[in-house]
Design a protein around this ligand. Structure first.
Ligand code: OGA
Ligand code: MN
Length: 290
C-alpha cells in the first residue's frame, strides 16, 4: 500500500488516497497519515465505505474518544461513541423540520470547533458520509492558523491572554433551540460554561490559531457588549473565503479535522426531501486551554 498525500489549498487540507482505513494500518502508514493531518489541519479520505466499528477503530489510533453528548437520547445509532449527524429518526424516516434533533443539529450550521464547550475540548473529529443529498449540504472548513496570522499585530497583542466563556446552551439558544427547557438534567450537568483561551498554541508545531466559534458567549473580565462585539468581529474576520475550504460530499468520504486550529460549519440542504446521513467520532483533547 502506498499512501498519496496531495495539498488542496496550500498547507491547508490534504487529500489522502491509497489507503484502506477499514483494514489494519501498519505504524509507518499511520505515521504518514498523522503527519499529513497535523500539517494540513483537515484530511480528506475518499472512497472509505466503513462501518461504525471500523470508524471507531481508526479514530482511536489518534487518542481516546469522546462519547456523544446526545447518547442519552433515543437516536438512530446506539453506540455512545458515534454522533448521529443526520436528518433520520429512530424509525428510519426523515425527521420533520421541527423535531428536537433537527433543531439541535442546526447549531452545526454556525462556525464552530467541536466540543469547545468542554473544559478539555476535543482534539479532532472524523465525519463519514454514509448518504448525501444530490446537491447542497456541504461542510465548510476554516483555517484558524491563517486567520490568526492575518490579524493586525495590535489585535494579536490584544487577544493574547484573553479568555472566552464557551457554552453549548449559548450556541444552541442563538439558533432558537431552548436549551434551558430541552436539555436533560444529565446533559446540563455535563456541559456547564467553561473558559477557553482566544489565542491557541499548537502543541504539535507551536503555531498560533484564533480560537473562537459559536459556543463562545462572551469574554471574561470585559464588558459584555464590548466582548460580544469583539467575538463577532473575529468570527467575521475568519469567515473570509481566503481561509475557507468548501467540501462537497460524496458517499464514502471520510473527512477528519483538527479542532484545535480549524473551525467548520455545515450548510443547509433540502432536508425535508433528501436524506443526509453522517457519522462522527470525536477524539478527546489532552488538557484544558487555560
Ligand atoms: C459535525 C458538524 C457539519 C455538517 O459533525 O461536527 O458540525 O456538515 N457537521 O454535518
Ligand atoms: Mn461540528
Amino acid at each position: 500500500m502506498s499512501v498519496q498525500v496531495t495539498s488542496v489549498k496550500g498547507d491547508f487540507v490534504a487529500r489522502i488516497s491509497g489507503v484502506d482505513l477499514g483494514g489494519p494500518l501498519d505504524q509507518r502508514i499511520f505515521d504518514n497519515i498523522e503527519a499529513a493531518f497535523e500539517a494540513h489541519g483537515v484530511a480528506i479520505f475518499p472512497d472509505q465505505n466503513i462501518t461504525d466499528d471500523q470508524q471507531i477503530a481508526f479514530s482511536k489510533r489518534f487518542g481516546d474518544l469522546e462519547p456523544s453528548v446526545r447518547r442519552h437520547r433515543e437516536r438512530s445509532v446506539s453506540n455512545p461513541y458515534i454522533s448521529d449527524i443526520s436528518n433520520i429518526g429512530p424509525d428510519g424516516n426523515l425527521l420533520p423540520e421541527n423535531a428536537e434533533a433537527m433543531s439541535y443539529n442546526r447549531g452545526n450550521q454556525l462556525w464552530h470547533s467541536d466540543s469547545s464547550f468542554k473544559r478539555t475540548p476535543s482534539k479532532a473529529s472524523l465525519l463519514s458520509a454514509r448518504e448525501v443529498p444530490p446537491d447542497a449540504g456541504e461542510t465548510e472548513f476554516c483555517d484558524m492558523r491563517a486567520a490568526w496570522d492575518a490579524l493586525a499585530p495590535y489585535m494579536q497583542a490584544r487577544l493574547d491572554g484573553l479568555v472566552a466563556e464557551h457554552s453549548l446552551a449559548y450556541s444552541r439558544a442563538s439558533m432558537g433551540y431552548d436549551a434551558g427547557e430541552t436539555f436533560f438534567d444529565i446533559e446540563k450537568a455535563e456541559v456547564p460554561p467553561v473558559p477557553q483561551t482566544l489565542a491557541r498554541i499548537s502543541p504539535v508545531n507551536g503555531r498560533k490559531s484564533l480560537y473562537v466559534g459559536s459556543h463562545a458567549a462572551y469574554i471574561r473580565d470585559m464588558d459584555r457588549g464590548e466582548g460580544r462585539a469583539l467575538l463577532d468581529e473575529l468570527l467575521a474576520h475568519a469567515a473570509n473565503d481566503k481561509f475557507v475550504y468548501v467540501h462537497k460530499w460524496s458517499v464514502g468520504d471520510l473527512v477528519m479535522w483538527d479542532n484545535r486550529c480549524v473551525n467548520h460549519r455545515g450548510r443547509p440542504w433540502d432536508s425535508q426531501r433528501y436524506r443526509r446521513v453522517m457519522r462522527r467520532t470525536t477524539v478527546a483533547g489532552d488538557a484544558p486551554t487555560v
